[in-house]
Structures are given as structure tokens and as C-alpha cells.
Design a protein around this ligand. Structure first.
Ligand code: ADP
Ligand code: MG
Length: 238
């Protein structure tokens, strides 16, 4: 396992400063929520941690190692996006196996890891099905399965539930929390939804216009907001 440290992290697209001076420490095994309004830089921050976006300034450390120049596949990270595209022509089993195969994992190990992930997520009975034969919730579980099957040290979630209906969203929040607690994997969970942040985060980092506003436990942010933005953002759900 490994914690994640952001040191004075910055991102510019041309003249536009999207992230500035971001300092944040996510402890080993912690569930950290990164919350902020649309366009504030959440996805950009996650993509830099995943190595999908170059860093303009500062450092990213995973497990104490600076990874700025480490390619995505060597960062021991799994990312789940909001459009959890499963490969439609592959079965659930093949979807789960894909990430292992491209890493040339031996077959016996592939079988073991897929069985384990499927059991954890309760999708053992679905392994032979194609994505179109699954419900929304089952698809979401397969998407999570693809993330956990390799046993990464860090999970990055980018608004993974925003395409689900309200009931399923509430259910999946609980499932993701349970899964993370069970696996103990360091997790950064991005959302623009204050309620989701308040119910899921052990700690919450509030971002606005590319700048960190406050980091703290839900109650701390609610009772002692550091500034007007945090007070308004956390205090007034949509
Ligand atoms: P969030 O995920 O919080 O909604 P993003 O990280 O997607 O925000 O975007 C933050 C800002 O960076 C937005 O203003 C967006 O338009 C801008 N941005 C994101 N990606 C690019 C890019 N590749 N080129 C230029 N601007 C970008
Ligand atoms: Mg985003």
C-alpha cells in the first residue's frame, strides 16, 4: 500500500492556470474525497496523479517515491471514470482479464485474481455474460472489478456514479465504501456532489478554481468552514 502526496502541484493549459499550489497528503489506506464545483480542476488533478496529464509544477509522490516521470502503467494505480466503458464484445470475465493480460500475467494468476475480484463484488454468476445483458448496477460492479482485479495500491475515482439513477447511486456509495474498507486501498474519490462528499469522505478536500480551500473531516468542514466558499458550498446542498 502507499499514500499519495501532492507538493505544490500546478497545471497550466497554455496561459490558463487550472491547478495552483496544491498541497495535499492522502494517508496510506485513507478514503479522501476531493470535492468542488464543475470546472474547478478535480479531473485534471486526478489525471496528473494517474500520469495521464503532464505536471506543470510541483511533485507527486506515491508510496514516498516521486512519480512525475513514471508512466501510468508503472504507477500501481487503478482509475474508475464516470463513463465506465466496458468492452461490449467481451464477456465479464474477459473484461476483468483484459488489464492482466496486457501486463502478461500468467494464466493461473489471472484465474485466481479474477475469481477473487468476482467474489468480492458478488459477480461470480455473471462472468459469462456480455455487458448488454447486465443491469446498470451490475455493470458498475464489473467496472469496479476491473479496477480491483490487479490489486493496485491506489484507487482514483472520477465521479463514477454520476450516470446512475438516484437509488442505485446511494447503494453504490455504500458498496464502494465497504469495498475500500475491506481492501484498505488508498483512495481519492472525486465528486462535485456535496452530499456524496459528506457521506463518503473520512476526510474531504475542497477545491475551488484550482486552489485548495480546506481539508478536514465532514463535521469539521460543516462546523468550522475556513472561508465563505466552503461555508456556502458545504452548507447549501443543491
Ligand atoms: P472538473 O473535473 O473539476 O470539472 P477539469 O479538471 O475537467 O474540472 O477542468 C478544469 C479546467 O481546466 C476547466 O476550465 C477546463 O476547461 C480546463 N481544461 C481541462 N482540460 C483541458 C485541456 N486539455 N485543455 C485546456 N483546458 C482544459
Ligand atoms: Mg471532472
Amino acid at each position: 500500500m502507499a499514500g499519495v502526496v501532492l507538493r505544490d502541484l500546478a497545471k497550466r493549459f497554455g496561459e490558463t492556470r487550472v491547478i495552483e499550489g496544491l498541497d495535499l497528503e492522502i494517508h496510506d489506506g485513507e478514503f479522501m474525497v476531493l470535492v468542488g464545483p464543475s470546472g474547478c480542476g478535480k479531473s485534471t488533478a486526478l489525471r496528473m496523479i494517474a500520469g495521464l496529464e503532464e505536471v506543470s509544477g510541483g511533485e507527486i509522490l506515491i508510496g514516498g517515491r516521486v512519480v512525475n516521470d513514471v508512466p501510468p502503467k508503472d504507477r500501481d494505480i487503478a482509475m474508475v471514470f464516470q463513463s465506465y466503458a466496458l468492452y461490449p464484445h467481451m464477456t465479464v470475465r474477459e473484461n476483468l482479464e483484459f488489464g492482466l493480460r496486457i501486463r502478461k500475467t500468467p494464466q493461473a494468476e489471472v484465474d485466481r485474481l479474477v475469481t477473487e475480484a468476482a467474489q468480492v463484488l458478488g459477480i461470480d454468476a455473471l462472468l459469462h455474460r456480455k455487458p448488454k445483458e447486465l443491469s446498470g448496477g451490475q455493470r458498475q460492479r464489473v467496472a469496479l472489478g476491473r479496477a480491483i482485479v490487479r490489486k493496485p495500491s491506489v484507487f482514483l475515482f472520477d465521479e463514477p456514479l454520476s450516470n446512475l439513477d438516484a437509488k442505485l447511486r446511494v447503494q453504490m456509495r455504500a458498496e464502494i465504501k465497504k469495498l475500500q474498507a475491506r481492501l484498505g486501498v488508498t483512495t481519492i474519490y472525486v465528486t462535485h456532489d456535496q452530499i456524496e462528499a459528506m457521506t463518503m469522505g473520512n476526510r474531504i478536500a475542497v477545491l475551488n478554481a484550482g486552489k485548495l480551500q480546506q481539508v478536514g473531516a465532514p463535521l469539521e468542514l460543516y462546523e468550522r468552514p475556513a472561508n465563505l466558499f466552503v461555508a456556502a458550498f458545504i452548507g447549501s446542498p443543491p
